[in-house]
Design a binder for this molecule. Structure first.
Ligand SMILES: [Zn+2]
Length: 123
C-alpha cells in the first residue's frame, strides 16, 4: 500500500465520497430529463442498471461510480493507492484530483493508447 498519512487518507476518503455524490446528482439530473425518478428509485436503478441504457454520458458516470465504489472498498484494504497495472504508487495528488484513478500516470497513458475509445470519450 502507498504510504499515506492518516490525514491524507481522510482527505482522499472525503474526495472519493464527494465525487461519488456529485456523480449521483449528475445522474439523477440526467434521468430527471427523461423520467420521474426518486432517490430511492435511483438507488434501485443503480443496483440494477438496465442493459438498454443508451445515454453515453450516464454510462460513463455509472462507470466512474463503480470505480469509486471499488476505491472506497480499497480504502480500508492494503491495495489502496497502488496502480492496478504495475503496483506502484498512484500518488496522493493524483488521487485527490482524480479520486477514481486506478492507475499511475505512466500506466494510464499506456492504457489510453491501448483503449482510446474507452478512456477518452468524446464529449
Ligand atoms: Zn502503473
Amino acid at each position: 500500500m502507498a504510504n499515506f498519512t492518516e490525514d491524507q487518507l481522510v482527505q482522499l476518503k472525503a474526495a472519493l465520497q464527494k465525487r461519488y455524490l456529485e456523480l449521483q446528482h449528475e445522474i439523477r439530473d440526467e434521468l430527471a430529463h427523461t423520467q420521474d425518478i426518486s432517490a430511492d428509485e435511483l438507488t434501485e436503478y443503480l443496483n440494477n442498471i438496465p442493459d438498454d441504457i443508451d445515454t453515453a454520458l450516464i454510462d460513463r458516470q455509472i462507470n466512474e461510480m463503480l470505480e469509486l465504489e471499488m476505491s472506497m472498498r480499497y480504502l480500508s484494504e492494503l491495495e489502496f493507492g497502488d496502480c492496478i497495472d504495475c503496483g506502484s504508487e498512484i500518488g496522493f495528488e493524483r488521487l485527490l484530483a482524480y479520486p477514481s484513478a486506478q492507475r499511475c500516470i505512466q500506466c494510464q497513458v499506456q492504457f489510453e493508447k491501448a483503449f482510446p475509445k474507452e478512456s477518452n470519450p468524446s464529449l
